[in-house]
Write a protein that binds this ligand. Structure first.
Ligand SMILES: C[S@@+](CC[C@H](N)C(=O)[O-])C[C@H]1O[C@@H](n2cnc3c(N)ncnc32)[C@H](O)[C@@H]1O
Length: 281
């Protein structure tokens, strides 16, 4: 099957490393080519090598960048993924923030590599459930991602039934609306939760993030693994400046090493870090 030229594959890999921080080793070439093939079909370009020329020689990089990013990012996510974090959120982190007086106002959470929104809506379900149980909680959730395609799905909040199977039945009954026609086999997150969750485009590689600096809890899970060590550290240091003192940053279980020794953060468990009081934003 016709491929990208070696030079154009390297250009894609360099571009993605530079702009998004994701390393694409040679072993991922077939996967990247498979995904870019869909894009070249959408443009009605006859071959991948012609697509490479279109992007890197004929001056269409600016228009294609967003699509190349959509193609190469790995967006795997799930509702209630790594479920222990949501139990800790309910049983330990939110009660701790409440004891410290942080929840007198609105609890602010940020899903910093939100993908299609499952993590952000899981947070909304857990917090809404706490509020219903009499915890008098007000909350707002921000979801951000570098891929525009996943953000569209996140904002629509419509998911296939098999994806929604990961939502525990009592939450599914309360927080997922069934499609009018059961043949569609999709469900949508209820408006009450959608009103609490907002999504916007944000590249964690940027030197500054246009996000408040008094976030209570940041989830940054299953994205750091794609970055090299220096980038992981730089991203976590920047995220730390967005936490209120005593706020929490949560990384994925395969990323527990990334936060060790990051300025402004203190490790409280293998995947949970607290913002050191007095750290400068
Ligand atoms: C594997 S998903 C993880 C989703 C969710 N956090 C979870 O744990 O289920 C990783 C997400 O990180 C996003 N991502 C990759 N590089 C990024 C960057 N530089 N800035 C922001 N998001 C990025 C990808 O687009 C993808 O949606």
């Amino acid at each position: 099957m016709p491929q990208l030229s070696d030079r154009h594959f390297e250009s894609v890999a360099d571009l993605i490393q530079d702009r998004v921080g994701i390393q694409i080793p040679a072993g991922k070439r077939t996967m990247v080519e498979g995904r870019l093939r869909k894009r070249k079909r959408a443009l009605d370009i006859e071959s991948l090598s012609a697509y490479g020329r279109h992007v890197f020689e004929d001056g269409h990089l600016a228009q294609e960048l967003v699509h190349i990013i959509d193609c190469v990012t790995t967006n795997k996510t799930d509702f209630f993924r790594e479920p222990a974090h949501f139990d800790q959120l309910r049983d330990e982190l939110v009660p701790m923030l409440r004891r410290n007086g942080a929840t007198h106002g609105r609890l602010k959470l940020w899903s910093a590599a939100a993908s299609t929104g499952a993590e952000a809506y899981t947070l909304a379900m857990v917090l809404h459930d706490m509020a219903m149980a009499g915890h008098a909680l007000d909350y707002a959730i921000l979801g951000t991602d570098v891929s525009t395609e996943v953000l569209r799905v996140a904002a629509d909040a419509i998911y296939p039934e098999d994806v929604l199977q990961a939502v525990p039945p009592h939450f599914r009954r309360r927080y997922v609306m069934q499609a009018r026609d059961p043949g569609w086999k999709v469900g949508r997150i209820v408006p009450e939760l959608r009103a609490r969750v907002h999504f916007k485009h944000l590249n964690l590689m940027n030197a500054q993030y246009p996000v408040d600096h008094d976030i209570d809890i940041i989830f940054c899970r299953n994205v750091l693994i794609y970055f090299d060590k220096d980038t992981q550290r730089a991203v976590l240091s920047r995220l730390a400046t967005h936490l209120r003192p005593g706020g929490f940053l949560i990384v994925g279980h395969s990323e527990s090493m990334a936060g060790a020794g990051v300025p402004g953060l203190e490790q409280v468990s293998s995947t949970i870090f607290a913002a050191v009081k007095g750290a400068v934003a």
